[in-house]
Design a protein around this ligand. Structure first.
Ligand code: SF4
Ligand code: SF4
Length: 422
């Protein structure tokens, strides 16, 4: 684990930190991750240059907004989700305290205004329009306030995706959204351009599949924390830069695999009781926006290794491809309406998906991650725990915020969970 990942451990017991360092010694460092980590300034400069040429920039907060339509209209996009704690108190001057930290952090960085405040979201002022979506209550109401700061367009989502009318309704919403993008940019969204963008996004999704397939190895060659940082950056980097970075990282990981000494690899057929191996963990639940790595840091410092993330900063973002043979708008509607977000009801698709991932990635246990006051994911926890229990997969539920007051307490619970899985 790189040293900067240890910021959550300030003031935590010595042996806790020690175990984090021991773990870090066993994991490979990947140089291509540095270029992803350092991409921030280059991307901001790129966006600034694009704006000078009249290109429009669209800010988004959610997976339900299809990038393909934004890009086909000739605009660029960037994510505005907040993952840092320092802007939460600012938001709490305007919003109730008991809503999820992701919404508070995002709103706090926006109202801190813009480009002058040290704690502000430095790219919010570059956005010409926010494209929002009707998902959870906190976000919906936050978007109403956002309209005072920036033009805000809301895509209405059908909340019962399996009902016969849902697809038609969503397709109508995407058609309206396409027109809004055409009006914003002054460019026509053509079928040909949509097909190009769909192929490009599918190529990125396939690269993520390749990266994830490497994590199926036992032990996996890359830490969950490293993968999470790439997943967080996917919404920020340009599509070309993201693909380039992913290809570099995959090549590097594959090379490490090829160079592995046989002694480094424990045969998968050794009985778990006789193995010295880290428990394979899947994290499932709320998204972890950039800057929020608290729980994965704790899991991996306590000896677990994260092999999959069922979240919007995980498989939900890339698992399903868009059908390139169909009419592009219909194919987009079909793909995006299937995202198993907890604001959908019923959401059994998510349970099936979690079980499938647990089998595919041979997970030993699931850490169910909920942000405080995220009622949707919190309530779904019950059904998911039942489903995992039937499969004999233990689950640890963690509900937390962006602060560090509970780090030690979470550490103790994760520790006990790891011991049980070992
Ligand atoms: S969890 Fe749901 S609302 Fe949040 S980003 Fe994902 S799809 Fe959107
Ligand atoms: S984490 Fe939950 S409450 Fe927060 S924005 Fe996402 S869905 Fe809404």
């Amino acid at each position: 684990m790189p040293a900067e990942n240890l910021n959550y451990f300030a003031g935590i017991k010595k042996d806790f930190i020690y175990s984090a360092r021991m773990f870090s010694q066993k994991m490979q460092q990947f140089y291509s991750l540095d270029s992803i980590k350092n991409s921030y300034n280059a991307r901001i400069s790129q966006i600034a240059e694009e704006r000078k040429t009249g290109k429009k920039i669209v800010g988004t907060f959610c997976l339900f907004v299809p990038d393909e339509i934004i890009l086909a209209a000739g605009a660029d996009r960037m994510i505005l989700c907040g993952g840092k704690n320092d802007t939460v108190p600012i938001a709490e001057q305007y919003l109730p305290r008991n809503i999820c930290p992701l919404v508070k952090s995002s709103f706090g960085s926006i109202i801190n205004n813009g480009c002058s405040g040290v704690k502000s979201c430095s790219h919010f002022c570059m956005v010409d329009m926010v494209v929002a979506e009707n998902t959870c209550d906190s976000k919906k109401k936050m978007y109403e306030l956002l309209g005072d700061y920036v033009p805000t367009y809301v895509i209405d989502l059908p909340q019962r995706p399996d009902s016969p009318e849902a697809l038609k309704y969503f397709l109508g919403e995407l058609d309206k959204f396409k027109v809004a993008m055409e009006q914003l940019t002054g460019n026509k969204v053509t079928v040909e351009q949509l097909k190009i963008e769909i192929k490009s996004s599918n190529d990125t999704r396939k690269l993520f599949h390749r990266l994830y397939s490497l994590r199926k190895m036992d032990p996996p060659p890359i830490s969950g924390l490293d993968v999470l940082k790439v997943l967080q950056k996917q919404y920020f980097l340009s599509p070309d830069e993201l693909k380039k970075s992913l290809r570099m990282l995959i090549r590097e990981v594959e090379q490490v695999m090829a160079d592995r000494e046989p002694a480094d690899i424990e045969p998968a057929d050794i009985e778990p009781a006789n193995r010295e191996r880290r428990p394979r963990i899947m994290v499932s639940g709320c998204p972890m926006a950039g800057g929020n790595t608290k729980v994965p840091e704790i899991i991996e410092s306590k000896g677990g290794v994260i092999v999959a993330e069922e979240s919007c900063t995980g498989t939900r973002s890339f698992w399903d491809l868009v059908d390139e043979k169909k009419d592009p708008m219909l194919a987009l509607a079909e793909r995006y309406i299937k995202i198993p977000c907890s604001c959908m009801s019923p959401n059994d698709r998510r349970i099936d998906n979690i079980l499938e991932l647990a089998r595919e990635f041979k997970v030993d246990g699931v850490v169910y991650y909920t942000l405080q006051f995220c009622h949707g994911y919190n309530i779904e926890k019950y059904k998911i725990q039942q489903a995992l229990k039937k499969e004999g997969i233990p689950m640890l539920a963690i509900e937390t915020d962006y602060g560090d007051s509970d780090v030690e307490q979470i550490g103790l619970r994760v520790d006990a969970f790891m011991e049980m899985l070992s």
